[in-house]
Design a protein around this ligand. Structure first.
Ligand SMILES: [Zn+2]
Length: 343
């Protein structure tokens, strides 16, 4: 995994599917994603489910999941069938499942304390690093059961750093000329350009990779929120009040597209009793106003009386004394009675 400014380059291997034309049973993958994307995906993966796990490693690779019985070396240059493919992944999944679940639990809390825009009240206006500082302090409190320090639970981690230009012009020049150019000439160009430090992290342990990404998220002051539709964390970029993520459902629609519609629909249907009541009340209430033109009206006190009765009826439905159907019939009957009574 490489880190370049606010991007992460993840280099990994995945087990090629038997149907793919291949030279080796391991397919290299390279992903360029915003910092935090891997950790977020890791957190929203259900490792108890075969499909969810397979989807994760198809995208992010196998490298972080080398298990006790199956290593990359074992499966390299091996032929296997469709059945064996799923079997290999299933063995790995079962071996790492409990472990990754414990890592997930740690990060779930870490996200809440350090990055969640809807986190504890005291986090308002603080950077993620300031929040982390307080969260670590809070652990020392007696009987405290909140934040858990995300440690690299085990696994080896190697780090390297490369100086790299952050300027395309300089890159082009180096590519074109640098091999033979005098160092004095290169120095003149470098002098007016920024040089960045690219970090390279290698590990075959997913928790170690998560740990490094967590540190990077602190550095860039990541802001997260749980999506109001799918309840999974997402990176908040741009508008701070964004409530929905861009994950897609099976029809390719994002939470951002369907979330607000769903919410509206849910609100409307939250209480079917209230909905029925409101409809009738609205009709009756218009009749108290219509009176001014027609002279025919429902008296306000009659309407109040009806409202009390309707409320009692709703309670009866909730207590199971009458059915919704009976309530509906009562509403219709009483509405007709009231409106006819004034004619
Ligand atoms: Zn979502």
């Amino acid at each position: 995994m490489f880190f370049k400014r606010d991007e992460a380059l993840v280099f990994s291997w995945r087990l090629s599917e038997p149907s793919e034309p291949k030279k080796s049973s391991l397919t290299p993958i390279l992903r360029r994603e915003p910092i935090g994307a891997l950790l977020l995906d890791f957190l929203s993966t259900n490792f108890e489910e075969k499909e969810s796990f397979e989807e994760f490693i198809k995208f992010w690779g196998f490298t972080g999941f080398v298990s006790n019985s199956i290593t990359a070396e074992d499966i390299k240059d091996r032929e296997y069938t469709e059945k064996e493919y799923h079997c290999i992944l299933e063995i790995v999944r079962q071996e790492i499942c409990e472990y990754v679940k414990s890592v997930q639990a740690v990060y779930e809390k870490t996200f809440y304390y350090c990055f969640d825009l809807d986190g504890p009240t005291w986090t308002a206006g603080l950077t993620s690093l300031q929040r982390y500082y307080i969260a670590v302090l809070s652990q020392k409190r007696e009987g405290y059961k909140g934040f858990i320090e995300p440690r690299m639970l085990f696994g080896e981690l190697n780090m390297m750093y490369y100086p790299e230009s952050t300027n395309q012009q300089l890159d082009d020049y180096i590519k074109r000329e640098a091999v033979n150019a005098p160092l004095e000439d290169i120095a003149k160009i470098v002098k007016t350009n920024d040089i960045g430090l690219t970090e390279m992290v290698t590990s075959d342990n997913i928790a170690a990779i998560c740990y490094v990404e967590f540190k990077k998220m602190l550095e860039i002051n990541s802001r997260l929120r749980k999506c109001a539709n799918c309840n999974k964390y997402f990176i908040v970029t741009g508008r701070i009040d964004t409530k929905y993520c861009k994950r897609t459902d099976e029809h390719g629609r994002t939470c951002q597209e369907i979330g607000p519609i769903k919410k509206f629909y849910n609100k409307q249907n939250k209480d079917p009793l209230m909905e029925l009541y409101r409809k009738t009340y609205k009709t009756l209430w218009t009749r108290t106003i219509a009176s001014k033109k027609t002279g025919r009206r429902i008296d306000k006190s009659v309407l109040d009386d009806w409202r009390n009765k309707a409320t009692l009826k709703m309670t009866e439905v909730k207590e199971g004394k009458i059915s919704i159907k009976e309530f509906k019939e009562w509403l219709e009957k009483s509405r007709e009675g009231l409106t006819n009574g004034i004619r």
